[in-house]
Each structure stands twice: as C-alpha cells, then as structure tokens.
Design a protein around this ligand. Sequence first.
Ligand SMILES: C[S@@+](CC[C@H](N)C(=O)[O-])C[C@H]1O[C@@H](n2cnc3c(N)ncnc32)[C@H](O)[C@@H]1O
Length: 206
Amino acid sequence: MAKVHIIGAGPGAIDYLIPAARREIEKADCLIGAKRILSQFCYPDKKKMYLEGHFNEAGSYIKKNKDRKRIVVLVSGDPGLYSFLRQVQLILKKEEYAVIPGISALQLAFARIGESWQDAKIISLHGRGKGNLAKELKDCGKAFLFTDAKFPPEKIAGYLLRNGIKNRRAIVFEDLTYPSERIVDTDLKALSSERGFGLCAMIIKK
Ligand SMILES: C[S@@+](CC[C@H](N)C(=O)[O-])C[C@H]1O[C@@H](n2cnc3c(N)ncnc32)[C@H](O)[C@@H]1O
C-alpha cells in the first residue's frame, strides 16, 4: 500500500503548491488538514478530516487506515516547520510515511521583501505565548516569528518595547498569497498601536 503522505500546502493559495504535491493529493482517498488549507481543494469524492481540535482522532484514523487507504495530511507551509509531522513521527515508522515539502510562510515573507533568510532566527509563538522572546531578540539582527491570535503583532511589539527591545523595524505579513494579502512595514513603536491583524507572521530587524 502507498505511504501516508505529509504534504506542505504552502501559505494558502493553490498557486503555491508544488506539482509533485498536487499529483499525490489527486490520488488520495482521504485528505486530513486544517479547514483553511482543505478549503482550497474541491474533491467531493474524497473523505475530508479537519485537524482543529481532532489531533488524536486524526492520529487514530491514520494508524487504523494506513494500509487500506491513500491518506494525505496537508499542512500549511512546509511540514518541517511546526507542523503535524511531529505527531506523525510518533505514530508511524519512517518507512510508512513520506514528506513532500512546501513553501513556508517564512520563505514567502523574506521573498516579499527581497531578502535572504539564512541568518534569521526562527521563532514560533503559535500556541506557545511569549516565553523568552525579549531575551532571544536582544542580540538578534534578524528574526522571523510565526504568530497566533492570542499574541498578535501589536501585543508582541508592546511586550518587546516594555522589555527593552527598541528601535527595530517590524514587518507584518498578513494573509500571504491570498487576495487579502497585506504587508505592514513599520517599527515596534508604531506597530504597538495598530489593531486587527488576522493570520500573520512577522520579521523583526535591527
Ligand atoms: C503552525 S505554524 C505553521 C508554519 C508552516 N509550517 C510554515 O512553514 O509556514 C502557522 C503559522 O504560520 C504563519 N502563516 C501560515 N500561513 C500564513 C499566511 N498565509 N500568511 C501569513 N502567515 C501565515 C502564521 O504565523 C501561522 O500562525
């Protein structure tokens, strides 16, 4: 039987999905992923399972059906960065699954500003809160942050200012690849009084 495929769907719009991923998705019996990601795929004949709040059910389904169904797990961006791949690694043997990379929100954000990112610090605040963020950014020239609704850009900016991180350029990337894409290129002080960001990531630079 085919392996379970963990596929990076890119930041959102279907144009950013690589052809090898598309071929595997077309062959699948079941697509598992976040609602936002699965909503880009219209295959009425395929079973769809949403991941939100159903991590354990998805894991059990994969274990139970891996030998009789072609299962594709679609994650946002690249599977190697803060994705459901970690859970799959815990329940399947390496020979039972294959990973197809995708374009990360990180890559796209740096592409939008025309800069390289090999020297950037990558930090995820997604579902984790601020932790040691101020300490991590103290001597950091270039950082990329995955954010979430609980700790949005304006709160991150306010927190950093209160903790001695000042004079930094702050760039917010909202809804990358969607028609609503918006890039706000500003500094921490101005950002701290902005409101209303949705799905977004940030670059903070000296
Ligand atoms: C759980 S992390 C997964 C990261 C993903 N594996 C990647 O490589 O981009 C989800 C976070 O990625 C960022 N993100 C994903 N898609 C995005 C988009 N279209 N626009 C802006 N940020 C996005 C947001 O910070 C979001 O909270």
